[in-house]
Design a protein around this ligand. Sequence first.
Ligand code: HEC
Length: 153
Amino acid sequence: MKITKLIMIGALSVGFALSMQSCGGSADSKKEATQTEVKAASTNPYAAGEKIYMAKCIVCHQANGEGIAVAFPPLKNSDYLFADKVRAVAQALNGSNHEIVVNGLKYNAPMPQQVGTKEEAVAVINYVLNTWGNNGGTVTLEDVKDVVIDPRI
Ligand code: HEC
């Protein structure tokens, strides 16, 4: 009887030790994962903009930035985008609903307001200016200080 009890206690403590070990193990891998994330974020200066793009813009302008001809204009290689970065920031803040010509094609569907702050708008525009092979430079908060947030649609 006593021996069985001892064996049981022994088994329990082995189990306990094992579970403690696996707890320690997962805490370590969590730490590693956080370090990798921080590393990834610091090597991608457009990570914040990318997050906004994935959440808001991708549905129309598509994952490859090519949009859908005559419905949603491209952001990849867009002459309209490259021509005026401040206008692009205002586009994300206020939307638009008028005819525009992008790479020789007319677009006239409404784009609703997408973001509520200049910080977000600048982040997402810097992402699109520098993704899909775009080499469109960058825009700063200072550049857009005169943009009025006034969603048209
Ligand atoms: C509901 C669909 C939709 C969503 C979502 C959307 N857009 Fe647009 N976007 C359009 C349409 C349509 C136009 C053309 C608007 C017009 O003719 O007035 C446009 C035009 C643009 C333009 C100027 C034209 C060009 O191709 O350079 C930019 C820049 C732009 N969008 C950026 C964004 C960004 C950045 C986001 C996300 C923050 C976004 N859009 C989300 C539909 C969308």
